[in-house]
Design a protein around this ligand. Structure first.
Ligand code: NAP
Length: 232
């Protein structure tokens, strides 16, 4: 597969490294300085690419995705923080018969974890002898708390078991790897489900999986659609 990478930051490089290991060709890596307002994403520049993977910044993503879709290139986008613009961009992609897969989290394990968590919440609904809680831990430099994934987890658990509270405790310390744990504590035992991330290669692997799948699947997709054939 011939991949165009937009964004030469940490994720762009992680994707490029893993793409090479998996036998793909990176036709170009477009950086921020050469691409104000998406202007480097011309038909000529994109020629020969089968798919684009976009990891840039919130203020750049919508323009990049539109330019890529206008050029007819399927786009995998992992940039976060521009979701308010997603409906407008998605409508444009649909109108053009293009293909877009956007996900705020490309970790396959996180999506499987969320699915398992929903199933656990449904199984324990009505069991008032258990108290549920979410514990999330990250390295000291992570600014936001609770993490976006913890908030998504809480929303999905609340949908599966609306009667129960799912308080979140956040720890920011040292070099702690990104960890999310769902626990149900009962009088005699504790049930836990946890996910521990080992760096950004997991996100790069998920983005590549999406890039391998997306060509030939026109429309606007979520990672769950791709992994599970519908909302997980
Ligand atoms: N979906 C997921 O699973 C996932 C995982 C990790 C991160 N993310 C998200 O992905 C995004 C990138 O993360 P990162 O860790 O790679 O950040 P980063 O290291 O800061 O890299 C962002 C890069 O985007 C470049 N850029 C800015 N505007 C651009 C444009 N118009 N065209 C091309 N490149 C442009 C920047 O270049 P300049 O410095 O030259 O401006 C920078 O190199 C963030 O939104 C992050 O939250 C998502």
């Amino acid at each position: 597969m011939r991949i165009l990478i937009v964004g030469a930051g940490k994720m762009g490089h992680a994707v490029a490294e893993l793409a090479a290991e998996r036998g793909h060709t990176v036709v170009a890596m477009v950086g921020g300085a050469e691409n104000p307002d998406g202007t480097a994403l011309t038909a000529e520049r994109l020629r020969g690419a089968d798919v684009a993977i976009e990891f840039t910044r919130p203020e750049a993503a919508a323009r990049n995705v539109v330019r890529l879709a206008e050029a007819g290139l399927p786009v995998v986008c992992g940039t976060t923080g521009w979701e308010a613009e997603l409906p407008r961009v998605a409508a444009l992609v649909e109108r053009r018969g293009g293909a877009l897969l956007h996900a705020a989290n490309f970790s396959v394990g996180v999506h499987l974890f969320l699915r398992a968590a929903r199933q656990l919440a449904a199984a324990l609904a009505g069991r008032s002898e258990y108290d549920a809680f979410i514990l999330e831990q990250h390295h000291a430099a992570k600014r936001d708390a609770p993490s976006g994934t913890a908030r998504v987890l809480r929303e999905e658990l609340a949908r599966a078991d609306p009667a129960r509270a799912f308080p979140i405790t956040s720890i920011r310390a040292g070099a702690t790897p990104g960890t999310h744990e769902l626990a149900y504590d009962g009088p005699h035992e504790r049930i836990t489900l946890s996910h521990v991330a080992r760096g950004r290669r997991g996100f790069a692997a998920g983005a590549l999986l999406a890039a391998e799948w997306l060509p030939g699947h026109p429309g606007v997709h979520t990672f769950d659609t791709m992994l599970f054939g519908g909302p997980g």
